[in-house]
Design a protein around this ligand. Structure first.
Ligand code: AMP
Length: 419
């Protein structure tokens, strides 16, 4: 299949070929036609599948083929959970709209709002935003989304994990009822389906990878190791393997900082990326990692979500996540675009139950290896360490508000039909 046969405009085809894409990825092949038809779409796709172009290309096609003459209201809103993802989606929108008369911008928190407001004033067709800053500027009457024709909810599962359900609910009320809705999510949990029911109208469902399954191109391995020998082991693996670009996951921000310091003292260039870092520090760390200056990026789950790092060869779980789905998200960062990736997990005795749940979720046993000098501690307890309590609280909060959201939206929809 070619991009031409999808019916995209010449200006878009030119931008696509400038990016060097020769054919649509599976998610693009499946999502572009229904979006072009104006249908609502619920897509299951992880970062790395080409999902951004999957919604951006048909969205830009629609906007440019149906121009608004007099003034420039915001016609498309793309909502993302993190600042990094927002910035990346904006870059893609800019690239794909290079040969179109379409303006776009991105707004997110953690930076001065003034330049964002100045750009908005000039008139914007496509707005990419994180929920907090969008509501913030709306509350100050600095933007209006009451003429939005297409709404994209990107990484909906992470939106729920981060407790954004109420914000999404508020944002929905600010847009007109009649609009096209596109929702992307890496996993299809019960909560995601509920959210989808509230937002989407008879959606077409498309899937890029089977639900919760790991990509075949990724080789997975577990190193059973004593907790206090993990740092030594990861330094050995990186140094002896001469790995140039490794994404390492820790469960906590503190853990990420601590490990980064140890790497630096061992002479390995490393940077941490997590929620307590300023926007500037995060951007710098990511840029350093992408350019190859920083060999090791140590990240927490939320910070790493949506980072666009093509062809990542190594992902290491320094600690296993206590939420099994996060394992699938984490290792989905490697083995992209047909390249082989390696996902390694350092597992101590107290993480045994996490490992079991992950294996249950992915439906396979992960190969185990023990490295001499870094053996597991036979006397260590297999009781799990206390899980990150914040994450747990956020989960139950979004579950509860999920029910309310659904009820409210169902009510609104019934009302719509009567009108
Ligand atoms: P995404 O899943 O949207 O984050 O995209 C992952 C990466 O794939 C990005 O670096 C895109 O530039 C790239 N990409 C998107 N579509 C294609 C395509 N059809 N062919 C090759 N690369 C692509």
């Amino acid at each position: 299949m070619s991009f031409q046969s999808l019916g995209l405009s010449d200006a878009l085809l030119k931008a696509i070929s400038k990016k060097g894409y020769t054919e649509p990825s599976p998610i693009q092949e499946k999502a572009i036609p229904p979006v072009l038809e104006g249908r609502d779409v619920l897509a299951s796709a992880q970062t790395g599948t080409g999902k951004t172009a999957g919604f951006t290309l048909p969205l830009l096609h629609y906007l440019s083929e149906n121009p608004k003459q007099k003034f420039r209201p915001i016609r498309a809103l793309i909502l993302t959970p993190t600042r990094e993802l927002a910035a990346q989606v904006y870059e893609s929108v800019k690239d794909y709209s290079e040969f179109l008369n379409i303006s776009s911008t991105v707004i997110f928190g953690g930076v001065n709002q003034k330049p964002q407001v100045a750009t908005l004033r000039r008139g914007i067709d496509v707005l990419i935003a994180t929920p907090g800053r969008l509501l913030d500027l709306h509350n100050q009457n600095l933007l209006s989304i009451k003429r939005v024709e297409v709404f994209v909810l990107d990484e909906a599962d992470r939106m729920l994990d981060m407790g954004f359900l109420r914000d999404i609910e508020r944002i929905m009320k600010l847009m007109p009822d009649k609009r096209q809705n596109l929702m992307f999510s890496a996993t299809f949990s019960k909560d995601i389906r509920k959210l989808a029911n509230g937002i989407l109208n008879q959606p077409v469902q498309v899937e890029a990878t089977p639900e919760n399954s790991t990509v075949d191109a990724i080789s997975q391995k577990v190193y059973r190791v004593a907790k206090n020998k993990k740092t030594g082991l990861i330094i050995k693996l990186i140094s002896e393997g001469n790995w140039k670009q490794v994404l390492v996951f820790t469960r906590t921000k503190h853990g990420a900082n601590k490990l980064t310091k140890k790497m630096l003292s061992a002479g390995i260039s490393a940077a941490a990326i997590h929620g307590n870092k300023s926007q500037g520090a995060r951007t710098k760390a990511l840029a350093g990692f992408k350019s190859g200056k920083v060999r090791v990026l140590v990240a927490t789950d939320i910070a790493a979500r949506g980072l666009d790092i093509p062809l990542l060869p190594h992902v290491v779980n320094f600690e296993l996540p206590n939420i099994s789905e996060d394992y699938v998200h984490r290792i989905g960062r490697t083995g992209r675009a047909g390249a082989n990736g390696q996902a390694l997990s350092l597992v101590s005795a107290d993480e045994t139950s996490y490992l079991r749940s992950i294996e249950k979720l992915i439906g396979e046993k992960i190969e185990i290896e023990i490295i001499e000098g870094f053996e597991p501690d036979p006397n260590a307890s297999t009781e799990p360490v206390k899980p990150g309590q914040n994450r747990q609280r956020q989960h139950s909060k979004s579950n509860r508000s999920g029910k309310n959201q659904n009820k409210r939206n169902n009510t609104r929809r019934r009302g719509d039909r009567r009108n």
